[in-house]
Design a binder for this molecule. Structure first.
Ligand SMILES: *Cc1c(COP(=O)(O)O)cnc(C)c1O
Length: 404
């Protein structure tokens, strides 16, 4: 099945920041009859899957798996360590930071938000000031989004940990790596992250439907002090099951388990460090193209500084309504679907049509990125959107310099 309904031939490319492109190996691993959930291969696969998930997250801690999307594991993580009346601190670098904070509020917590806006990096000094001011130690956790997929801002989680340690605040450090896991460099244990949430449908290349909460012993101790955690969200039996059903608190997402197994084989076959390096090389090619385009016309990357950009997603702007016109053109004429802008403007606001995003997470390689960039340039030329010259040559130079 082609991904794009409107192109009659060739492969489509869904270049949105999740769900990402699914590898054939993942799809074919899922194409099978219903497996037995009580004995045999499926239950036996689990210890290996758990170990390989932890290798992606770079942790020796624990992992609980949920049949859920990213919003589900936001709630799962909070439910285990944040009680009604607790306070969380949210240094927000885009739409998703506000979203996680809003979910904490809906669960009865106070969410204190430090808003860094829609195109700025997190200033960990300001987070440290807020923690230092909390002499009553009301703040139980800092909710940090590693890559905010709306702005494409990359936060320095290890610097955030250092800032928390400097003021000696005992709050848990919780990281949202839903967009970044398996794309941007992330080291859960080395960076001192206590709780990390991820989904399967972005860097992990599996269809949406599984989410992960990684946690360390400090977070497990906090869980033990909670007045009440629902059976379903409780991470303890999921992370230490006596029986296969306890991984899921019910029936397993049978086919997702096979898909995830195939995806983890691909990631560890390539090597997680090589996966990170590939994402970085491809992102640098995209940035070089954008730099060239932006020497004329209105196209701009949302994050000005390379060190504050994710290597999994790029948020861009054009004069409205050019971004929407470009997205529609590339989808209709090329089978190339670009991402909508998210959280930058209300959908009813005309400026909404000036934002778009590129997903370059997971199952992507050099020819796909050259196709993505060539498709954007073809669209801008066809639509007479002004742009600077030399973008594709700049990208080719980066992709070609490293590939054998
Ligand atoms: C995609 C995403 C989410 C939400 O995940 P869903 O699966 O859509 O619920 C949350 N945070 C970040 C950083 C994301 O990229």
């Amino acid at each position: 099945m082609p991904q794009m309904p409107r192109t009659p031939a060739g492969r489509g490319y869904l270049a949105i920041p999740g769900p990402s492109v699914m590898p054939e190996a993942v799809l074919s691993a899922m194409h099978r009859p219903a497996p037995n959930i009580y004995a045999g291969e499926l239950p036996e696969m689990m210890p290996g899957i758990v170990a390989d998930l932890k290798r992606v997250a770079r942790t020796d801690g624990h992992v609980a798996i949920y049949i859920a999307n990213g919003h589900g594991v936001w709630e799962a993580a909070l439910s285990n360590v944040i009680a009604p009346g607790d306070t969380v601190l949210v240094p927000a670098t885009g739409h998703f930071g506000h979203g996680w904070g809003g979910m904490a509020r809906a669960l009865g917590a106070e969410a204190e938000v430090i808003d860094f806006g829609k195109s700025s990096a997190m200033d960990v000094g300001r987070v440290a000031e807020a923690l230092a001011a909390d002499t009553a130690r009301r703040i139980k956790a800092v909710l940090a989004v590693h890559v905010d997929t709306s702005s494409s801002a990359l936060s320095d989680i290890s610097a955030l940990r250092a800032a928390m340690d400097e003021v000696g605040h005992p709050a848990l450090l919780m990281a949202d790596c839903i967009a970044s896991l398996g794309c941007d460099v992330f080291e859960m244990d080395a960076w001192g992250v206590d709780v990390m949430v991820a989904g399967c449908q972005k860097g992990l290349m599996v269809p949406p439907g599984m989410g992960f909460v990684f946690f360390n012993d400090k977070a497990a101790a906090r869980r033990a002090e909670m007045p009440r955690v629902s059976n379903y969200w409780d991470w303890t039996p999921r992370a230490q099951p006596d029986d296969f059903w306890q991984y899921w608190n019910g029936t397993a997402p049978t086919h997702h388990v096979y898909g995830l197994r195939a995806a983890l084989d691909m990631i560890h076959g390539e090597g997680i460090e090589a996966v990170w390096a590939r994402h970085e090389r491809l992102a640098r090619a995209i940035w070089a193209a954008c730099d060239a385009w932006s020497t004329e016309g209105a196209l701009r990357m949302n994050m000005a500084e390379p060190k504050h950009r994710s290597t999994a997603v790029t948020a861009l702007r054009l004069d409205p309504p050019r971004a929407t016109e470009l997205r529609e053109w590339t989808e209709t004429h090329l089978g190339l679907t670009l991402g909508i802008g998210l959280g930058m403007a209300e959908r009813t606001d005309p400026s909404w049509h000036g934002y778009f995003r590129l997903g370059h997470m997971g199952h992507v390689n050099g020819h796909m990125i050259m196709g993505l960039l060539g498709g954007i340039e073809a669209g801008m030329a066809a639509l007479k959107i002004p742009y600077g010259a030399g973008a594709l040559a700049a990208a080719a130079g980066i992709i070609g310099a490293v590939s054998p």
